[in-house]
Design a protein around this ligand. Structure first.
Ligand SMILES: O=C(O)CCC(=O)C(=O)O
Ligand SMILES: [Fe+2]
Length: 270
């Protein structure tokens, strides 16, 4: 795993709001991640979450059948598969996320397999952090290509530097690719950057970076394994997202999110 970040890579991430790392996983590691994914999916029975069908407060999808064909989205696979647990709770990933975000401690918010099936719809431009139950501008995700992600099958695109200016207003992932530009007209004329990646490469992006993906114009699959990270010490903002009804009953806005069962602290700088 090419997990040692240079000062240049950190500076590039802080400038652009995303960073691509080619050949992140070795061939053996890629094979392990793929096996972990297929085992974990098999156990899931089509449910998005370990204990329920849907995520709360998605706020997407004016049209469910459209959104269901953007990607298959399976969340918190680490909770019910040991191989995936090993992959996701890896301290090395936590350290990278913490270094990029510039924080001391990092927790897993949730993992998420994003699988564009053959002929899948595009992923409209959107932000991530506004979906989550905490509002920290430093929150970020890793996105690891488990198949080659190409222009043809739905590679990611980013709007560089957008995260410096975006807020928590988000159009969600609807049918209208350009909806976000009515909220952020200043980026209407910005140049996007494509991130085609070989399988085993990865990117990190800040959750407030405007990003999206092409449709899958091929009969093959575009599998990605991702994980969203929460800076340690983040507080509850009232959004349910992946939290259980019990959590919601217990939490007050402003409480620190520190449930190690759901959001393990995978890295803490000493
Ligand atoms: O995989 C995709 O199509 C979109 C990925 C994405 O939005 C994310 O990882 O935050
Ligand atoms: Fe996203």
């Amino acid at each position: 795993m090419r997990n040692d970040l240079t000062q240049d890579q950190i500076a590039q991430y802080r400038h652009d709001g995303f960073l691509v790392i080619e050949n992140f996983l070795s061939a053996e590691e890629l094979e392990f991640w793929r096996t972990a994914l297929s085992e974990a999916i098999e156990k899931r029975n089509g449910n998005k979450m370990p204990d329920r069908k849907e995520v709360y407060g998605k706020g997407d999808a004016d049209d469910k059948s459209y959104y269901d064909n953007v990607f298959d989205q399976l969340i918190n696979l680490w909770v019910d598969n040991d191989k995936m647990k090993q992959v996701i709770l890896d301290e090395r990933l936590g350290k990278m996320a913490a270094q990029l975000a510039g924080v001391q401690g990092i927790r897993v918010w949730h993992d998420q397999a994003l699988i564009k099936k053959p002929w899948a719809n595009p992923t409209s431009w959107h932000l991530d952090t506004p979906y989550w139950s905490f509002s920290d501008r430093r929150a970020l995700s890793i996105w690891v290509a488990l198949d080659d992600a190409t222009y043809e099958n739905g590679c990611l695109f980013f709007i560089p530097e957008s995260y410096h200016k975006t807020t928590f207003d988000n159009p969600g992932i609807g049918k209208n690719m350009g909806a976000i530009f009515t909220i952020y007209p200043e980026f209407k004329t910005a140049q996007s950057v494509a991130a085609p990646m070989k399988a085993g490469s990865c990117s990190f992006h800040n959750g407030l970076t405007i990003h999206g993906a092409h449709a899958n114009m091929t009969p093959g699959f575009r599998r990605a394994m991702t994980c969203a990270y929460m800076p340690d010490g983040s507080t509850f903002n009232g959004i349910q997202n992946i939290l259980k009804d019990d959590d919601i009953a217990r939490l007050k806005i402003g409480d620190v999110l520190k449930n190690n069962e759901l959001n393990p602290l995978i890295y803490q700088a000493v």
